[in-house]
Design a protein around this ligand. Structure first.
Ligand code: COA
Length: 319
C-alpha cells in the first residue's frame, strides 16, 4: 500500500485580544460597513505584549498533538511557516521545539507568506514519503499586527494574528496527502511586500500592498491551482467535500468558488472572525471546521492559498 502523510490531529491558537471593526474605526479612518462590504471581515485577534509567533505556534502545536494523541517526543520534524518570525534567526520552529521539550528533531521555518502553510505541508509530505521523517508538526503562525502600518487604512484593517497546526504521520492506506501543486512568480514582488529587511534597510519594515491588483491575480491563480491539484490526484471538483482556502477576503472566496462551479456551502469561511492571518489562515480554518464537526474523517479536502511573491498552491487531502 502507498505510504502517505496522514493528518492525525489539528490545533489552533488565537491571541486573547479580539478587535472588532468598530473598535478599529476609533483610531483608523474606516467603518464597519466598508470593511464588511469589501472584505467580509468583522473581527481580528491582535497579539499582546507576551504573545509572539512562537508562543502562538507552540499553543497550536500542543493542541494538535493532544488531538492526535501523539507525544511531543515522537515528533521528528517541525516545519513552521511564517513571514513574522520572533527574530531574524534562529528559526521560530526551534523555539517551538524547545518549548515542547523535544531535544532532537529537524526544525526549520519556511517563508512563502500566505502560501506558507501549503509550502510547509509539501516539504513535510516529501520528507515523510521519502523516509526522512515519520511524525511531523506543520505549523502556520503569524503576528502580522507587528508589521502593519496602522496609518494605512487600505492594509491595516485586513490582517490579524494567530496560529494553526497539524500533525502528519506516515501511514499506509487511503488517507493522507494525495497531491500538491505549488507555484511562484517573482515578477509580482512589488504588489505585496514588506519595505524593510535585514539585508536591505536593517529594519523590520511595514507591509505594502496594491490590493485591487492582488485581488485579480488571486482569483485566477487559486481557481487554476485547485483544478491542477485535483487533476494530479485524478479527482474532479464533484469529489470535493470541503475547500479550506486562505482567508484573505470573502469576495475572493466567493469569486473563486463561482469560477470553479463549487457550491459556497463547501467552502470553509473564517475570514469574518480571523481576518487574514497569512500562513496561519488555512490551518486555523481547518481546525475550526474539524472541531465544529463539519470536516469528518474520510472527507476529501482541498487546501489552497496565495500570497506575496507571488506564491500560490493547493493540496488534495483525504482526511
Ligand atoms: N476604509 C474605508 N475606505 C477605504 C479603506 C478603509 N479601510 N481602504 C480603502 N478605502 C477607500 C479607498 O481610499 C478608495 O477610495 P476612493 O475611491 O475615494 O479613492 C475606496 O475605498 C476603494 O478602494 P479600492 O482599493 O479600490 O477598494 P477595493 O474594492 O479594491 O477593496 C481591498 C480593497 C484591499 C479590500 C481589495 O482590493 C482586496 O481585498 N484585495 C486583495 C487583498 C488581499 O486579500 N491580499 C492578500 C492576499 S494574500
Amino acid at each position: 500500500m502507498t505510504l502517505r502523510a496522514v493528518i492525525k490531529g489539528s490545533g489552533s491558537a488565537l491571541p486573547a485580544r479580539r478587535v472588532s471593526n468598530a473598535e478599529l474605526a476609533e483610531t483608523v479612518d474606516t467603518s464597519d460597513e466598508w470593511i464588511v462590504e469589501r472584505t467580509g471581515i468583522r473581527f481580528r485577534h491582535i497579539a499582546g505584549e507576551h504573545e509572539t509567533t512562537a508562543t502562538l505556534a507552540t499553543d497550536a502545536a500542543r493542541r494538535a498533538l493532544e488531538a492526535a494523541g501523539i507525544a511531543a517526543t515522537d515528533v521528528d520534524l517541525i516545519v513552521l511557516a511564517t513571514a513574522t518570525p520572533d527574530q531574524t534567526f534562529p528559526a521560530s520552529a526551534t523555539k517551538v521545539q524547545a518549548a515542547l521539550g523535544i531535544n532532537d528533531c529537524v526544525a526549520f521555518d519556511v517563508q512563502a507568506v500566505c502560501s506558507g502553510f501549503l509550502y510547509a505541508m509539501s516539504v513535510a509530505d516529501s520528507m515523510i514519503r521519502g523516509g526522512g521523517a515519520n511524525t511531523a508538526l506543520v505549523i502556520g503562525a503569524e503576528t502580522f499586527s507587528r508589521i502593519l502600518d496602522w496609518e494605512d487604512r487600505t492594509t491595516c484593517v485586513l490582517f490579524g494574528d494567530g496560529a494553526g497546526a497539524v500533525v502528519l504521520q506516515a501511514e499506509a492506506g487511503e488517507a493522507g496527502i494525495l497531491s500538491v501543486a505549488l507555484h511562484a512568480d517573482g515578477r509580482h514582488n512589488q504588489l505585496l511586500y514588506v519595505d524593510g529587511g535585514p539585508s536591505t534597510t536593517g529594519t523590520v519594515g511595514k507591509l505594502r500592498m496594491r490590493g485591487p491588483e492582488v485581488f485579480k491575480h488571486a482569483v485566477v491563480n487559486l481557481a487554476t491551482v485547485l483544478g491542477e491539484t485535483l487533476a494530479k490526484a485524478d479527482l474532479s471538483i464533484a469529489d470535493v467535500d470541503w475547500v479550506v482556502p486562505h482567508q484573505a477576503n470573502r469576495r475572493i472566496l466567493d469569486a473563486t468558488a463561482r469560477k470553479l462551479g463549487l457550491s459556497p456551502d463547501k467552502v470553509v469561511v473564517t475570514v469574518d472572525e480571523h481576518a487574514n492571518t497569512s500562513a496561519a489562515s488555512v490551518p486555523l480554518a481547518f481546525d475550526a471546521a474539524v472541531r465544529d464537526g463539519r470536516i469528518k474523517r474520510g472527507d476529501l479536502i482541498v487546501f489552497e492559498a496565495m500570497g506575496g511573491g507571488f506564491t500560490w498552491g493547493a493540496a488534495a487531502v483525504r482526511y
